[in-house]
Write a protein that binds this ligand. Structure first.
Ligand SMILES: *Cc1c(COP(=O)(O)O)cnc(C)c1O
Length: 298
């Protein structure tokens, strides 16, 4: 019998399917820096119609999508509030500080992946030249495998508007989050000024992310993308994979979530693999973007 190997390290290890490769092969291309790549344009238009956002920008990675989003809201000497272990603060090489001169104000995530809004309020700096100007609140969804509740996101959105902050969502796994709370992704996106979405995680594209949101932010981001060396030429080759991913693979996320539940249920019976399995399953649930399946060891 042929041995099957399933790599559970991360949802980043997905490889393009035959259909996706075919779409890449067939892609019409042009010079995207000149605005001439029809496939990139189609991908950007398609995500806008799915999320209901004004504009979108195809970028090389989720890290770049977050960095560009932060740089589109904040200027030198401004500040963004994010979770202590947030990707945009803790896993992106300090990019916003290094490249944007934008100071982070991290606070601890609560166990459900949210940021306590009273704590956020307490960290907003007064309008005084001793302090950085607090401009932006960044949420992450899913956060470490947990989907934020819709009500929380709504509260955070209203809160940020009342406080004069912009609000960004690191939605690397936005579609997992949406599937998990059974809401269209557009309802989530509507609560934020900008949203970043990864095509190369559970959606299976080999590369690429999208920065979506208000036109003025995306226009600013387009400029910074060029400055950061992220302008791409015949990028339709990779955009075609992203387009294939959002057209074919979003509806399959539920299947992933169900498979994970099934795996969890069956693996629990193998008591001899306790510790190893606990770690693997926690990691797997983080990657799949659904709530951690195991409150404690198996
Ligand atoms: C993977 C990920 C990103 C982006 O990562 P890249 O490897 O740069 O594409 C951003 N935020 C979260 C929460 C992620 O999991």
């Amino acid at each position: 019998m042929e041995k099957r190997f399933i790599d559970f390290r991360s949802d980043t290890v997905t490889k393009p399917s035959a259909g996706m490769r075919e779409a890449m092969y067939e892609a019409e291309v042009g010079d995207d820096v000149l605005g001439d790549d029809p496939t990139v344009k189609k991908l950007e238009e398609r995500i806008c119609s799915m999320l209901g956002t004004e504009s979108a920008l195809f970028v090389s990675s989720g890290t770049q999508a977050n960095l560009l989003s932060i740089m589109s809201h904040c200027q030198r000497g401004d500040e963004y509030i994010a979770g202590q272990s947030a990707h945009c603060y803790n896993h992106e090489g300090g990019g916003a500080a290094v490249l944007g001169s934008i100071q982070p104000q991290p606070i601890e995530f609560k166990s459900d992946g949210s940021l306590d809004l009273d704590e956020v309020a307490a960290k907003i700096k007064p309008d005084d030249f001793h302090f950085a100007r607090t401009r932006l609140l960044c949420l992450e969804n899913t956060q470490d495998g947990k989907a934020l509740s819709f009500d929380y996101m709504k509260d955070a959105s209203i809160f940020s508007r009342e406080r004069g902050l912009s609000i960004h969502l690191d939605g690397a796994r936005l579609f997992n989050a949406a599937a998990s709370i059974s809401r269209p992704a557009s309802e989530i996106a509507a609560l934020f000024d900008t949203v970043s979405v990864c095509l190369s995680k559970g959606l299976g594209a080999p590369v690429g992310s999208l920065m979506c949101g208000k036109k003025e932010n995306v226009d600013t981001a387009r400029r910074w993308r060029k400055v950061l060396g992220g302008g791409m030429r015949q990028a339709g080759i990779i955009a075609a994979a992203g387009l294939y991913a959002i057209e074919n693979n979003i509806e399959r996320l539920d299947e992933d979530h169900q498979n994970l539940q099934l795996l969890r249920k069956n693996l629990k019976r193998l008591k001899s693999l306790k510790l190893f399995l606990h770690r693997q399953i926690c990691f797997l649930s983080n990657c799949s973007g659904i709530r951690p399946l195991l409150p404690g060891p198996l």
